[in-house]
Ligand binder design. Structure first.
Ligand code: C2G
Length: 730
């Protein structure tokens, strides 16, 4: 039961000054986390509670990380640096820090997290005579300077006796612990596993505490490590490793505390929870049942029968079979369990039911060997390389059936393709039964492809801004970006590279190792084929642009940190359209083309005869053809536009933030791009008014740029791709 802490009385007694209750030892284990350590360390050093010591243990990090850490370690007599001679794991690192420390209180902080300045102050304020006090932990989901961390002198505090409720997260972070509840010689953390070593300290705590207060004000900010593939945190290890570690520590502690009812109850609940959340999923693969069966059996045999009796029927049944070591019956039950589980999931919503049908039925139906599903920019338009591939195939009467996916089910496109609405039943059906998928962006995570399926990923641009595994921090709406990207890109069989430079980057940024098609982009064939006055005028007429004016195309990209929700980004138009109209309106009009992630509607009010919002226009390549000048920022559009050898301006008003904080670039934008980098509307107007001078000034750079990024393009890229994927491999 949760009692209210005697908050009122305490508040009256509260002094605003900080009362020193003894030294706090803050323990930070460090293992190859150089990207985060400085913020972490600073947050510890800046504590408003001053009687602290900080012990940082370098747990055998590699040379680069060690050198970095030793370089940034500040000279501060509150800091103790312990260097282990080899990697021993977080438990050993923490144990050695506990030995090295002399504080009356212990506080554990991870080297990739940060604490609020008043974290220790709040905890010391409310610990009173308790052996331990917990703080509240939040997720660190933005760059630190953008986080609104509120510092308060006071907090609501609640007391609880329910140990499982408090410690079901199995973590000892963010709690102030009285050192003298442990004996001096005792080793606090179990060192024989990598994961779950916190549990060994938690059970010691449970044996010493009747009830525990929690400060409700957030004190600790936990980073979700964004790269579980190339740099995983401990708990981002594969489920197999976690399972064997969990079972090991569970059995070890069960033996050690077998006469302590409260601890056994806590451990058993942890085991049952872990079984339902992790082991069951691992057992989707029956090979894993064979591999882990004995280990799980010996754990299940330890369970207290009374705790087990309160579990749902199917868990009791599975535990019974495990305790009898009946693998045959267990496998059968587990199969039914998983079936029911996925059906139950499937019945939660229409969307989930469609996914259920996809996995259960559609991908098991006979494969249509001659059927291709196309999608471009997440179903938003009929465009880009998928469109060129499709049009080439129908023009050449290839013997295939075609399906196009759009958000708009009434979308009209040329040729015989069947149009299917994205995320409808038909969408799942066609993805399930068609042998080929052609897409220029990612197909959602939950659509795992069938083995025989061939997936051509055309991608959508030469990278300027860093991509996926070359990105350090992820500030976008989706914190699982890298993990999801990895899973999704494992499904790609072919990937198109527009130039040598991209081919190299795609290998590292996507960790792509399958078939790289070094053909150039199909989407750029049109720039060689249709670059003729008559065709250009036809497009202008179709759009409704005046034929007697030149066209400026403004096509910027999106900003990772400025969003309403995933895939729905904000955009603040910084170009002064009114002024541009005044200065340039007699010769030019401007076509505004927002990125497909932008949800904001761009206003052209007052300049309707000068500015045309073409954000919804299907094919940007047609806009390239009709424009005389391109203005962009960090969008990949300029790599394609350069095929036309027409002038490009870089309106990079937030260059420093974008380059240094949000993304980072592969090339030096100030040195390597084929046009001027400008920051204000005045500079844009000035450059356009003197465009001939700009052309002359950038001629050499442009030639060099063209050779490096455009030279694979000759108008034949589509044909090469089709030949490779749909003709040669037949
Ligand atoms: N695009 C567009 N209109 C814009 C910006 C982009 O139609 N205003 C289209 C172009 O085809 C462009 C593609 O979307 O090449 C990708 O846009 P980027 O701005 O480069 O951004 P992003 O979608 O993040 O892709 O390797 C390239 C990167 O993946 C970038």
């Amino acid at each position: 039961m949760i009692d209210a802490y005697e908050e009122d009385t305490i508040e009256q007694e509260l002094q605003h000054e900080i009362i020193d209750i003894g030294k706090v030892t803050i323990i930070i284990p460090f293992y190859n986390t150089k990207d985060y350590i400085e913020e972490c360390l600073n947050s510890a050093l800046e504590q408003t509670y001053e009687n602290i010591e900080i012990i940082i243990v370098n747990d055998g990090s590699n040379e680069e990380n060690t050198a970095y850490l030793e370089r940034i370690l500040p000279r501060d007599n509150r800091l103790i640096y312990v260097k282990l001679d080899e990697h021993k794991g977080v438990a050993a690192a923490r144990n050695s820090a506990v030995q090295a420390g002399s504080g009356e209180f212990l506080y554990f902080l991870d080297s990739d997290d940060v604490i609020a300045k008043n974290a220790i102050e709040l905890l010391t304020r409310y610990i009173k005579d308790y052996n331990l006090i917990l703080g509240t932990t939040k997720r660190l989901n933005k760059p630190l300077e953008l986080m609104n961390i509120i510092l308060k002198k006071r907090s609501k505090v609640v007391l609880t006796k329910k140990m499982y409720k408090l410690f079901k997260g199995r973590s000892i972070l963010n709690m102030l612990i009285r050192r003298d509840i442990f004996s001096d010689t005792e080793s606090l953390f179990y060192e024989d596993t990598d994961c779950f070593t916190d549990i060994s300290l938690l059970v010691k705590i449970i044996s010493q505490c009747e009830q525990i207060p929690t400060v409700k004000q957030p004190t600790y900010y936990k980073r979700l490590r964004n790269d579980p593939i190339t740099n995983p945190g401990i708990m981002q290890k594969p489920n197999e490793n976690k399972t064997s570690d969990f079972l090991k520590i569970y059995k070890h502690l069960h033996n050690e505390y077998n006469s302590n009812e409260r601890i056994i109850h806590y451990l058993d609940l942890l085991f049952l929870n872990f079984y339902r959340k992790n082991i069951i999923l691992l057992f989707k693969d029956t090979g894993k049942v064979d591999q882990f069966f004995n280990d799980v059996v010996s754990a299940a045999k330890k369970l207290n029968s009374q705790t087990l009796a309160k579990q749902p029927f199917h868990i009791r049944l599975e535990m019974k079979q495990l305790r009898r070591a009946n693998i045959k019956k267990f496998k059968k039950t587990i199969k039914t369990h998983l079936e029911i589980r996925s059906l139950r999931q499937g019945l939660k919503s229409i969307k989930k039911f469609k996914i259920y049908c996809y996995r259960k039925f559609f991908i098991k139906m006979p494969l249509k060997e001659k059927q291709i599903v196309f999608e471009s920019f997440l179903g938003k338009n009929y465009s880009d390389s998928p469109r060129d591939i499709y049009e080439h195939m129908i023009k050449n009467n290839l013997d295939y059936n075609y399906v196009w996916i759009f958000n708009d089910k009434n979308k009209k496109i040329p040729g015989p393709a069947k149009v299917v609405k994205r995320f409808s039943f038909k969408y799942y059906y066609y993805l399930g039964v068609s042998k080929y998928w052609v897409s220029n962006s990612r197909i959602p995570m939950h659509i795992d492809k069938r083995e025989e399926n061939v997936y051509l990923q055309t991608w959508h641009g030469t990278p300027l801004k860093k991509l996926v595994f070359d990105m350090k921090e992820i500030y976008s709406a989706n914190p699982n970006y890298k993990k999801n990207f990895y899973t999704q890109s494992r499904r790609w069989d072919y990937l198109i590279a527009p130039n040598k430079y991209s081919s190299e980057i795609f290998k590292s940024a996507f960790l792509f190792e399958k078939n790289m098609l070094e053909t150039g982009y199909p989407r750029n064939d049109i720039l060689y084929r249709d670059n003729q006055k008559e065709k250009i005028n036809n497009i202008k007429e179709k759009i409704g642009l005046p034929l007697d004016k030149k066209v400026i195309l403004y096509a910027p990209t999106w900003r990772d940190d400025d969003f309403y929700a995933a895939g729905k980004y904000k955009f603040n138009l910084k170009l002064d359209l009114q002024k541009m109209k005044e200065k340039l309106g007699s010769d030019y009009v401007i076509a505004l083309r927002m990125h497909y992630f932008i949800a904001d509607e761009i206003s052209t009010e007052g300049v309707e005869d000068f500015a045309f919002n073409l954000s919804k226009y299907d094919e940007i390549a047609e806009l390239y053809l009709i424009s005389d000048i391109l203005i962009t920022d960090y969008s990949s559009v300029f790599f394609d536009y350069a095929n036309l050898r027409r002038p490009i301006l870089f309106f990079a008003y937030d260059l420093e933030k974008y380059r240094d904080k949000l993304r980072g670039f592969y090339i030096n934008i100030e040195e390597d791009v084929p046009g001027p980098v400008v920051k204000t509307s005045e500079e844009v107007i000035n450059a356009i008014s003197n465009i001939e001078d700009v052309n002359l000034e950038y001629k050499d750079k442009y030639d060099h740029f063209y050779d490096r990024f455009c030279s694979w393009h000759d108008g034949q890229s589509t044909e090469k791709v089709v030949k490779e994927v749909f003709l040669e491999s037949k």
